[in-house]
Design a protein around this ligand. Structure first.
Ligand SMILES: N[C@@H]1[C@@H](O)[C@H](O)[C@@H](COP(=O)(O)O)O[C@@H]1O
Length: 241
């Protein structure tokens, strides 16, 4: 694992965007695994900026997102579909048909998870997977305790995750209780993984995930077993390592 220390959130975003940008320049038809959450917003905005300056071209890029709330339509502002269109897809020249997320409106979990897993396989896998990390070490929506070997599946969100994400909803009662997410196995199959972390509140989990034992209780700890992981964090998030 390589660790890039950034001085603040802006610097972290620029460093992460640089890595994604290099990926696209070296392989214009890359399959990017994308993430939501507040941490990668600055990374997306930096990519949009470079695109607008003419330095990046997304026309051949394909994207597959990590996860989506079950039961939220793409028109809902809290859906990850909406988030991705707002922060990236609508602002660059990626082709809509090349952008993929789990379909939160598919009620049949088995059917949707199989479709998504098959889609990723048919694309030849993910070249670069961007990840944020929850306070309990979740990646995507893989909550602590789940088996490392799962593919895309439907999860019951933990109370702490619902609490953390309620800031985006009117109340915690409005936060969906389930989500579709790529599994740990799906994530680990990506050729390269880029993790972004920011803020003092992530320092403890960063230490546990990257320097503690590899255990299902800390889902992100499995990343220690991947042979091409880059961790980009700001001073605060990396303060304990
Ligand atoms: N499903 C997403 C994760 O992919 C993300 O990593 C996490 C942390 O979000 P933030 O970056 O806002 O701390 O939030 C959500 O639960």
């Amino acid at each position: 694992m390589r660790v890039y220390r950034a001085k603040d959130y802006k610097d972290m975003s620029r460093k992460a965007a640089n890595i994604i940008s290099a990926q696209i320049i070296l392989k214009p038809n890359s399959v990017l695994g994308l993430a939501t959450g507040s941490t990668p917003i600055g990374t997306y905005s930096q990519l949009v900026d470079w695109y607008k300056k003419g330095d990046l071209d997304f026309s051949e890029v394909t994207s597959v997102n990590l996860d989506e709330y079950k039961g939220l339509p793409g028109t809902n502002e809290q859906s990850y579909y909406y988030f991705m269109h707002q922060h990236l897809f609508d602002q660059v020249n990626i082709q809509e048909r090349h952008t993929h997320l789990p379909n939160g409106m598919e009620p049949d979990s088995k059917k949707e998870c199989e479709r998504y897993e098959e889609l990723i396989r048919s694309l030849g896998g993910v070249d670069l997977q961007l990840l944020g990390m929850g306070h309990n070490g979740h990646i995507g929506f893989n909550e602590p305790g789940q088996a490392f070997e799962t593919g895309t599946h439907c999860v019951d969100l933990q109370e702490s995750t619902i609490e953390a994400n309620k800031r985006f909803f009117a109340s915690s009662a409005d936060v969906p209780r389930q989500a579709y997410t790529m599994g740990i196995k799906t994530i680990m199959q990506a050729k390269k993984i880029l993790v972004v972390v920011s803020g003092e509140d992530k320092a403890e989990i960063v230490k546990k995930a990257f320097f503690g034992p590899v255990i299902p209780g800390v889902p992100a700890s499995i990343l220690q077993m991947h042979n091409d992981v880059i961790l980009v964090g700001d001073e605060a998030a990396l303060s304990l390592i």
